[in-house]
Ligand binder design. Sequence first.
Ligand code: SF4
Length: 221
Amino acid sequence: MKYSEDEMLMLSGIQHFYFCKRQWALIHVENQWVENVRTIEGKHIHEKADDPFIVETRGDIVIARSVPVSSSEIGLYGIADVIEFRRTKNEGVSFSDKEGLWMPVPVEYKRGEPKDDARDEVQLCAQAMCLEEMLGLKIEKGYIFYNSIKRRTEVDFDKGLRASVIKLSKEMHSMFNEKKTPKARREKYCRACSMEEVCQPKVTGKRCRVKDYIKKGLAEE
Ligand code: SF4
């Protein structure tokens, strides 16, 4: 199935969806957004990568920043922090002003340490799948740079990770069409959630839209 332009969803949402479906729905279905220290830190780190249209060459690597990506197959669009094009012999894209072939390798910048789940990997793999569709080639790996440890971890885009991206993307589209926000489930990770104040996981443990919840509260007052 191919998604039309109107059906495309933000690629960055896939990490929210993986972390907590309710968080994703609050942000992407109900358009609520709250900044906390973590999201502000995250933005600051991204500012270093988000330097639109800059392309620089370092030896056998061409670096492009803030690259728009999209895929009608998975119905996602967004901006890739950095794409490194590495010189290869067999497969890759060509540049009009450079000799040879160049394989794109996506690099995503994150605050904090590597997570104990695969939300960052899923986001990076979704970027790679967009690039594959746009450029007509297969991308085997990418990297995530974690600010707190100041180094990259390699991510293999294997079958399992690709299947997760496809599954999550389908679920996101279906939830978006239904316009239903899942009920809150208070977990330890809620403390690190930028949407905790809006979500009110203690009191919204039933399926309802936050807007409706607030409206109800005001009516009662
Ligand atoms: S506070 Fe908890 S339940 Fe609510 S959106 Fe955040 S992670 Fe999800």
